[in-house]
Design a protein around this ligand. Sequence first.
Ligand code: NAP
Length: 258
Amino acid sequence: MTSRITPFAPRRVLVLGGTGEANALIDAIASIPEIEPILSLAGRTAMPKLPAIATRIGGFGGIEGLRAYLKAERIALVVDATHPYAAQMSGHTQAACTAVGLDCLRLARPGWTPREGDDWRRVENVAGAIAALGEAPQRVFLTHGRLELDRFAQAAQHFYLVRAIEPPEDFDKLPRAQLILARGPFGERDELALMQAARISRLVSKDSGGDATYGKIAAARALQVPVILLQRPASPAALAVGSVAEAVAWLRAHVTAP
Ligand code: NAP
């Protein structure tokens, strides 16, 4: 008896990354023979942890650049696993995929759910966060990233403890501030010690979801520190899932469909 192996060309799947979810998805699909994953990173981090698959780094040059890339690289499917706050990239992805008729899935972890004892004040943007800090001087733990950092200079009565992976450009514009360079995950015990030592009275955070940066939210609850939570931008995605397992299932269904 002879066996016949049917040759097939794996489908090229572009994963737009920069998140733990993107890395986990890459790991999960690495052994699926019907898939050839390509990871795309914005290039914001000087030394990113790179998986052992094809990786491209840097912007595409807007919607038109991404559209041209998708065609030139014969991409069959796209998973937008960028950060929930990477609104521009998500918008470009949706528009470019629609233009070339490609199926695109948004993978974004769900935001956090408040628990008993949490004091959260949800705000739409940085202006809302500054307003929520109020007039009285506070000691503020700013963990929302480089987004419009300089605008906090207008509320100069507050002290700011800023944490970022790399030095933010606008840090020097804050008159009373301290910078901590660190990359998560950050555990609750360490966050509690840090916030206590710095006598933090307000926490400003994105609603990132997931475990990696939840420690500060739990620490704020324990210390009864109010949390000013920046709302997520609206997602333009037509199709979205919240877990890596769902994204894998979506990909499997596409690559095994006749
Ligand atoms: P953004 O404002 O939505 O994107 C700005 C531009 O950066 C995009 O238009 C695109 O340039 C380029 N870009 C973004 N993500 C890319 C990717 N994965 N591959 C290639 N180009 C990309 O995004 P952002 O907030 O600057 O975030 C940049 C990256 O950091 C994302 O990959 C995101 O997942 C990650 N990240 C963001 C946050 C956050 O809070 N925003 C937090 C953690 C990690 P072109 O227009 O030239 O294509």
